[in-house]
Design a protein around this ligand. Sequence first.
Ligand code: AHM
Ligand code: MG
Length: 281
Amino acid sequence: MEKNIEEILEVLKAKAVVLSEMLKERLAGYSDINNASGDHVLKIDMKADLLFGEALKTLKCVKGYVSEEQPNFVDVNKDASLIVTFDPLDGSSLVDSNLSIGSIFGIYEGGLKGENLVTALYFIYGPRLELVVAKKEAKHYVYVDKEWKFIQDFKMESKGKLNSPGGTQKYWDKKHKELIDSFFARGYRLRYSGGMVADLHQILCKKGGIFSYPATSDAKSGKLRILFEVFPFAFIYEKAGGEASDGKKRLLDIEVPSLHASTPCFFGSKVEMKEVSDVYR
Ligand code: AHM
Ligand code: MG
């Protein structure tokens, strides 16, 4: 299985280099398509989806894949055992303003359940192209001189200083607002770009803090999608020594009701995550 995962990683790394070059043109135009979550799809979202999807289709070890930009599961080889889920371009509403965006992947052995996740990774397209890939550890790489160079294993401290609160504040419930306010009252600093890859990557790089995207009165299951965004980051945070929950339960233990389902989610270092669970349980 290890060899097959490496094969998938090599293909995704090559395509991320291609995508990062494509992003250097200002491809901020919209297509006339809405995806399964109702988002208006950018042309570059479709290109990214095609780039990764077509590459996965060439691999014998891939049973199939699900993309945020495709309504259904895509079959590849029925006798293979690995399934890939991906958000080909997360944070694409930031393309026009030239903020960092990313691509997020989960690799499953068996069905699409948290316990079957064997590898999770993301690419971040910022001033530099970087990769974080978690199997046993969460490993951080940078692409320089046509090579992926290892930087570090992420190891979060028990407590951080950053607060990254998602969702529209007027739709937060009272206990959530009090929780977020209490972090600020104790000196936590606001860090929120609107792209979860960059926001969660920053917390990992600074070794701690809290990112939240709660249930709100206008989105009862939150916004972020379990398979494309939440499970991969939950896996990466746990491997980096952090935690990830929906407030009540460990995220990797939640059910997946449908391919495009979303969930409230919290990611962070242990001290902040304990406060989340005290407020939400
Ligand atoms: P996308 O997949 O359409 O780009 O949406 C996901 C993004 C995340 O990167 C980010 O955390 C969230 O949406 C931001 O949402 P909001 O604009 O409500 O703060
Ligand atoms: Mg997304």
